[in-house]
Design a protein around this ligand. Structure first.
Ligand code: ZN
Length: 135
């Protein structure tokens, strides 16, 4: 198993387009709490412009990066985040910029789908809402 697949599996992230950096792991203090950070890049070129449907060719150009901080389920009781760099594109055809989508979060959302699943599973186990909130 490659090191990239290993991290994807460990974090239960299902998007193979995420490529983790050489130095993918760091610890940082977020809201006074020591937290785990995993950093990677979404390396994926869309086939068409999602704004106008124009087919990817020389009229769509790379346009810098946009970094998102995505909340992951806890890892060994540590808060965990994914710093995801996403390639931004500019479509000369319609003048819009966009970033490729990833299956790990809903659009404009910064909580990963598997975090939402973890919350739903805890709710099912009838842990009090207070415990869930402190998580
Ligand atoms: Zn376009």
């Amino acid at each position: 198993m490659s090191h990239n697949d290993f991290i994807l599996n460990t974090l239960n992230l299902k998007d193979p387009h995420i490529k983790f950096d050489e130095n993918y792991y760091s610890k940082e203090i977020i809201n006074d709490v020591e937290s785990m950070f995993f950093s990677g890049e979404l390396s994926y070129s869309p086939d068409v412009c999602p704004c106008c449907g124009h087919i990817l060719d020389h009229s769509i150009i790379k346009y810098g990066f946009k970094t998102s901080r995505i909340t992951l389920p806890k890892v060994s009781e540590f808060n965990a985040y994914l710093k995801l760099r996403k390639q931004r594109y500019y479509c000369k055809h319609c003048g819009q910029t966009f970033t490729p989508k990833t299956s790990i979060v809903k659009e404009n959302c910064f909580i990963s789908n598997n975090t939402k699943l973890a919350i739903a599973l805890k709710a099912k186990r009838k842990i009090s809402e207070k415990d869930i909130a402190s998580d």
